[in-house]
Write a protein that binds this ligand. Structure first.
Ligand code: FPP
Length: 255
């Protein structure tokens, strides 16, 4: 078992956990539902958007952590197809976050060899949000390190409906036979066609549900929940989630 050298302030506490992290069993794809920004702000007596701002800063810390552990794909649920129901001001604020995030951190992400991708209906985003994201995708397209996959205007049910519509079109055009519609064929029509299913899904803030996130892709994903609100979710807790993952037995329906 190879061990990490970890750059922690509290070395004593980490020495214990460090010895249990197996470098050859790091989840390749981690998906996170970053929940609890609003409650974090409320606890501080701040407007909800201050929680989203803090949540955005935490994205940076957790991207660094994922890179540190050589995770291959980190999918972050930034905005769901249902989040449009929120007050206009809050939606507008969240839509500005990717612009701010990329303005501040893109050079560093490039330096860290991170590649940015998205899942969701990016075409329906506000123009400036879309162009900041498209620029980042373009500028990081040759990077070979961590894939930072931002789920934005993403809904799993819509993703599946869209995939089925695409397949039906191909059947109507005679390119596909009904009998060719297999699990693999459907997966190939999802936004995630090019990436492996998540090995580990983390949800912060004590809520125990998937909220229309990667419903197809999480069929055999290990789920990990914490009461910690997203802005407070730390490197150490990320490490704990990986450590717990490594103690799970994945049977995929076998024995
Ligand atoms: C859920 O918390 C959080 C969101 C809907 C927004 C998450 C967005 C970010 C953390 C910024 C992402 C930025 C980039 C660049 C990826 P909530 O508002 O539902 O919290 P609550 O349940 O406490 O109200």
């Amino acid at each position: 078992m190879r061990l990490f050298k970890l750059p922690f302030k509290n070395k004593k506490n980490h020495a214990r956990l460090e010895s249990t992290i197996q470098l050859d069993n790091i989840p390749k794809h981690i998906a996170i539902i970053m929940d609890g920004n609003g409650r974090w702000a409320q606890k501080q007596g701040l407007p909800r958007v201050a929680g989203h701002r803090e949540g955005m800063d935490n994205v940076k810390r957790i991207v660094k952590a994922a890179n540190h552990f050589k995770v291959e794909v980190l999918t972050l649920y930034a905005f769901s197809t249902e989040n449009w129901k929120r007050p206009t001001q809050e939606v507008e604020y969240i839509m500005k976050l990717p612009i701010d995030f990329l303005q501040h951190y893109l050079p560093e992400l490039i330096e860290e060899n991170v590649r940015i991708q998205t899942i969701g209906e990016v075409n329906n985003l506000p123009k400036k949000t879309k162009s900041a994201i498209m620029r980042a995708i373009d500028e990081t397209s040759n990077n070979t390190g961590l894939i930072l996959n931002i789920a934005i205007n993403y809904g799993s049910r819509f993703e599946m409906v869209r995939a089925i519509q695409d397949i039906c079109r191909d059947v109507t055009d005679g390119k596909y036979d009904i009998d060719d519609i297999t699990e693999t064929a459907l997966a190939e029509h999802l936004y995630t066609s090019h990436i492996k299913d998540p090995d580990l899904l983390i949800r912060t803030s004590g809520e125990l549900r998937l909220s229309n996130f990667l419903l197809w892709q999480t069929a055999y994903t290990e789920l990990w929940f914490t009461d910690t609100l997203w802005p407070d979710f730390s490197f150490e807790e990320f490490e704990k989630a990986i450590n717990d993952f490594q103690n799970r037995k994945r049977r995929y329906g076998g024995i």
